[in-house]
Design a protein around this ligand. Structure first.
Ligand code: C2E
Ligand code: CA
Length: 414
């Protein structure tokens, strides 16, 4: 199992794990799978009361909890309820053989209680699924092959200096039109690249940039590089999608500065798409609408990012000048085995059709994902199946090697 998967990071594997499961066979199976994935510190108990006692004793640093819902004595739901009442906030992975609706209810309960939920697995447990959920433990990418992140979080001064010295660089990940197989554009993903150091991923520095007010200069430093790469690419049919945090849209200078920056570079706004997360938009529509309206008027494309993770209604969406929906990758990866994720995926694509907005599905990793999305009428896809995010040095060569693909079959046969 492990040979085919990148190793989990040390930070993930060093976490303690507590299995709460009444079936001895299932406990052994889980222990075996966890050991295979590199977890050494795994404890197991057969009911909720024993688990509660252990968790109370290490409440400040609780282990990662793999919990079955149905058990004699204190069951999984009661245990989770007790933990939330006692403010013992362990990361939870639900394991159950019960119907999906029950699992969804428990997930909702955990969310309401602010308990970190890694996800749910149905029995029988498959190692690959366990790996996928555990790789998100701790909130990072969890996968060692990305290169271990520096042990210490970067400081504001280090980030400011990295922006100043041009070390925040764009990586590009292609978006592919599913019925023709053509590359339509690239999403820009920020990386902090310093000589002789592992790349730092955006989840490590975008929150710091946002809190410290550095995101404005970071985004413009990135945008300048992207505009230069767009010119080098010299393909007017291509667009570049920048992630734009809501705090920038709430800044009254952002729209003007961006319009000026694009004009100064000699590019057209319609070659740029701004990706804004759905939840952020719905939180603060008044402050952001002016920027959104002006950018759209100037010709920028506007994309709702991570669509499906927020709670926007058809009415709200139809009132915003968006040009694209990006469906969160969680729905794509889950759709094959989880009916709820599949339903959300279907309805997101249908919603896109109703609103006349093309949908881009994120996280297309496997050929099955691609075929499923194409069958659902999804407009475009993005994900490791087409390409991982690549540095600017590889962009032009990759683009001209792949852009002439005339059908999906060309991707499927790779
Ligand atoms: P996002 O906008 O949802 O970006 C997609 C993330 O999914 C990227 O992670 C990308 O590398 C990853 N990804 C792409 N294809 C696949 C796939 O097939 N499977 C899986 N498992 N993952 C895939 P990354 O680069 O670590 O970026 C994480 C987040 O950081 C982005 O999420 C975006 O919200 C944020 N971000 C990145 N660059 C910027 C930026 O310049 N500004 C702002 N404000 N946020 C940024
Ligand atoms: Ca995005």
């Amino acid at each position: 199992m492990q040979a085919a998967l990148p190793e989990l990071s040390d930070a993930v594997r060093q976490q303690k794990v507590l299995i709460v499961e009444d079936s001895a066979f299932q406990r052994e199976l889980l222990c075996f799978l966890l050991n295979e994935l590199g977890f050494d510190d795994v404890q197991q108990v057969a009911d909720g009361s024993s688990a509660l006692a252990i968790l109370r004793a290490c409440r400040d640093e609780p282990p990662l909890l793999l919990v079955d819902l149905e058990m004699p004595g204190m069951n999984g739901i009661e245990l989770l309820q007790r933990l939330s009442e006692e403010q013992i906030l362990a990361q939870v992975l639900i394991i159950s053989g019960r119907e999906e609706a029950l699992i969804v209810t428990v997930e909702g309960m955990l969310q309401a209680a602010g308990m970190p939920l890694l996800g749910s697995l149905s029995k029988p447990i498959v190692g690959r699924d366990l790996y996928r959920l555990l790789s998100t433990a701790g909130g990072g990418s969890g996968v060692a092959s990305r290169g271990e992140q520096p042990g210490r979080a970067p400081t504001e001064a280090e980030l400011a200096s990295a922006i100043e010295r041009g070390f925040i660089c764009p990586y590009y990940q292609p978006k592919v039109h599913l019925s023709s197989g053509r590359v339509t554009g690239y999403e820009v993903l920020a990386r902090w690249i310093e000589p002789d150091r592992e790349p730092v991923y955006p989840t490590e520095f975008i929150p710091l940039a946002t809190e410290s007010g550095l995101l404005f200069s970071l985004t413009f430093s990135l945008a300048e590089k992207v505009l230069a790469d767009l010119l080098r690419l010299s393909d007017p049919s291509i667009n570049m999608a920048l992630n734009v945090d809501i705090s920038l849209l709430a800044n009254r200078h952002f729209a003007d500065d961006l319009i000026r920056c694009v004009a100064a570079a000699g590019c057209q706004p319609n070659q740029l798409i701004l990706e804004v997360t759905e939840s952020a938009l719905m939180n603060d529509p008044l402050v952001t609408l002016a920027s959104v309206g002006r950018l759209r008027l100037a010709g920028f494309g506007l994309s709702i990012d991570d669509y499906g993770t927020g709670f926007s209604t058809l009415r709200q969406l139809s009132r915003l000048p968006f040009t694209e929906l990006k469906i969160d990758r969680a729905f794509v990866s889950e759709a094959h085995q989880n009916q709820r994720a599949r339903a959300i995926l279907y309805s997101a694509i249908e919603m896109g059709h109703k609103l006349g907005l093309p949908c881009v599905a994120e996280g297309v990793e496997r050929k099955e994902d691609l075929l499923m999305l194409e069958g659902l009428g999804c407009h475009s896809g993005q994900g490791y199946l087409f390409a991982r995010p690549m540095p600017a040095e590889r962009l032009v060569e990759w683009h001209y090697r792949h852009r002439e693909r005339q059908s999906l079959d060309a991707w499927l046969s790779d």
